[in-house]
Design a protein around this ligand. Structure first.
Ligand code: GDP
Length: 175
């Protein structure tokens, strides 16, 4: 069975002090609003509406947790870059995100998905991917990147492989 086949909404958190004490591992998704993050989570989880839970009014600024079973979790971080939000709301997001990313011990990884890759020709997509790969190799060698399209179902297996590798590596290192 696929890593995401048991995916289910778990909880919503608005303050770091309320992060769940699940004792397992989590992988986070972050992106500008409209980047295709919810679609990517839904595509990976094969649920049409799963991550849109995060878009219901009142939840857009929160961290939304999805349980994958075996004490593994996906965390949908608040989309950033809404031009219209008031500065104090923007500050709240930045603080929440920054602190979560820097301090959350359960966080196993972040993986760069170049979403909506169907909008580029194959050649443009490969060029973009290679350009980003060489930038990462120079500045952020621990990061990996791939093409992804929810629309055309491109890159699902690769993403699932990377994410499940993190969960498995973590479980093995705890044995
Ligand atoms: P989020 O704000 O990052 O969660 O973005 P959404 O997942 O809600 O997607 C924003 C818009 O981009 C929607 O209109 C989607 O239909 C569209 N979109 C999402 N994924 C893809 C994709 O793979 N290809 C294309 N062409 N459009 C996409």
């Amino acid at each position: 069975m696929g890593l995401f086949s048991q995916a289910a909404f778990y909880t919503t958190v608005n303050h770091l002090k309320d992060l769940p004490q699940h004792g397992g591992r989590e992988v986070a998704f972050v992106g500008r609003s409209n980047a295709g993050k919810s679609s990517a989570i839904n595509t990976l989880a094969n649920h049409v509406r799963l991550a849109y839970t995060s878009k219901t009014p009142g939840r857009t600024q929160h961290l939304n947790y999805f349980s994958l079973g075996d004490n593994n979790f996906l965390v949908d971080l608040p989309g950033y870059g809404y031009a219209k939000v008031p500065p104090d709301v923007q500050r709240h997001w930045e603080q929440l995100l920054g602190e979560y990313l820097q301090t959350r011990e359960e966080l196993a990884g972040l993986h760069i998905l170049l979403t909506k890759s169907d909008k580029l020709s194959r050649q443009q997509a490969t060029l973009t991917l290679n350009r980003i790969k060489s930038h990462l190799a120079e500045h952020f060698p621990q990061c990996t990147v791939q093409l992804f399209s929810s629309l055309k179902k491109i890159g699902m297996e690769e993403a699932e492989g990377v994410i499940s590798g993190w969960f498995t590596a973590e479980q093995n290192s705890k044995l």
